[in-house]
Unconditional design. Sequence first.
Length: 237
Amino acid sequence: MTVPVPQYVPDFRPTHVVPRAGLAAWEAPDPALPTVPLDAFLPVRLEERAGDWGRILCSNGWGAWVDARLLVAVPDDPPAAGGPLTRTADPRPLIARAEDALGRYRRAAEELGAGRLDGEGFRLRTRGLRVGMVVDGESVWLYDAEHERWVYCDGVGLSTYAASAAPSLAGATGPGPSPSPAPTPSPTVVAAPAEEPVGPPAPVHEPTQVVLIGDPPTPGPPPTQVVERPPDEAGDD
């Protein structure tokens, strides 16, 4: 039996490592196509992003799709002397959002306890609020509700610690499932203008109207008329 020799990628430079718990992998950005999971702390190179999905490449040339949010970034080399300094994600906006959400929940709970808010009003006031924070000395874990993930903060930067939702293709910039083809529009039909008649236009006849003069005739037999006889005929009786 011949054992295949791994085809190592020349000049392989990892950009991330697999987290401590390992990482599930898929043949394509589709949860229905799982493949061999990745070992913990395995160096990988992120080749492509498609929403939450990421296509990684290992040093032996093997590739797969993973939840890119869970990959641990490998720090870059220190900048050269005199070069611009780089910063990681600022944790302060996320801390401020967590404080605001916690304050809204606290105010709603106080009004509920004081009787100024009933149970239904409390549910409406707190609907959609999601906040999470764990502080342990200099280490802080924050829940990022916008991206449905837990992030770790060391005071100066954020890194994804865990994700609470499956990866999706929302906001994908790389190749993904082909969109449905747009319906083919019907061809444009150009109607030819009607030919104008040759010669003068035909006269337009007004409709026939019946005009009655005087009073309208009374229906029924004509009235009886008295006729006078001439004088020469009156003496014959």
